[in-house]
Design a protein around this ligand. Structure first.
Ligand SMILES: NC(=O)c1ccc[n+]([C@@H]2O[C@H](COP(=O)([O-])OP(=O)(O)OC[C@H]3O[C@@H](n4cnc5c(N)ncnc54)[C@H](OP(=O)(O)O)[C@@H]3O)[C@@H](O)[C@H]2O)c1
Length: 232
């Protein structure tokens, strides 16, 4: 039986590496990307199928869900990975309108995609959702002197990831038939941080791959990095 896995923002960075690794593990990976050119190129390189999906664009999400329903009839694994650190504005400059950009993709994106794909996940034998959160969404890590997260003072990005982690906990409670977990990749070199991240993309996808391949009866409502549970 094929394992059908959809990854948003899979045209580069952690999403791309997650796609590569899950294909290696035998998943049928649908490479989600908002841009057809970037998505097609990535899918061709990976030997996978491109699916246009921009989590902030309702029409594209509905079309993607309709296509997966028609072509596969179910979805085993949903990986909400697309995200941004924007707007990179401090508290003094931050306006509500500017903050919308970060919340739109990091928080409302996963809600929109999860809502659209829930019927397809329910049609799978052992459905899993992985929300790609961040250690900067952990109050413990942000407040702990000496951590990478402690140095971060941008208001919006950490707030979006704290929201995504809490959504994960709430979805896990509400959806007992689905394993819903949040991953903290760790500080990983991608375009996201102009490749200042110290981990390789393979290290950065360990938690995502682990949570995407959990066996039936595995944990749900957890927040994990490559070393194990992340403190809330
Ligand atoms: N790298 C790290 O150190 C790190 C640490 C913790 C958490 N994370 C999280 O990991 C996830 C992936 O990050 P990454 O490091 O792989 O970053 P990346 O290389 O910049 O990739 C981000 C992906 O998200 C997509 N995306 C961004 N904004 C979007 C929007 N408004 N609509 C649709 N797609 C959008 C991008 O598409 P385009 O190519 O079309 O822009 C791209 O596919 C993010 O959720 C990020 O918050 C990263």
């Amino acid at each position: 039986m094929m394992t059908i896995t959809l990854i948003t923002g899979a045209n580069k960075g952690l999403g791309y590496e997650t796609a590569r690794r899950l294909i290696d593990l035998g998943h049928t990976v649908l490479v989600g990307a908002r841009d057809p050119q970037r998505g097609t190129t990535a899918a061709r390189e990976l030997g996978a199928t491109f699916i246009p999906i921009g989590p902030t664009d309702d029409g594209s999400v509905q079309a993607a869900a309709a296509r997966v329903r028609n072509e596969y009839g179910h979805l085993d694994v949903l990986i909400n990975n697309a995200g941004t650190a924007a707007p990179r504005l401090g508290a003094e400059e931050l306006t509500a309108d500017a903050a919308m950009e970060g919340f739109a993709i990091n928080v409302f994106g996963p809600i929109r995609v999860t809502h659209a794909f829930l019927p397809l996940l329910r049609a799978a034998d052992h459905p899993r959702i992985v929300n790609v959160s961040s250690g900067v969404g952990s109050f413990h890590r942000i407040l702990e002197p000496g951590t990478v997260e402690n140095a971060v003072t941008l208001p919006v990005y950490p707030a979006t990831k704290a929201a995504l982690t809490m959504l994960t906990v709430q979805y896990a409670r509400a959806l007992p038939g689905i394993l819903v977990n949040a991953a903290d990749p760790g500080f990983t070199g991608t375009d996201f941080n102009n490749h200042r991240g110290t981990q390789t993309v393979t290290e950065g996808t360990d938690a995502i791959v682990h949570l995407a391949t959990l066996p039936p009866g595995g944990p749900t409502g957890t927040f994990q990095d490559r070393y194990g549970l992340v403190p809330w």
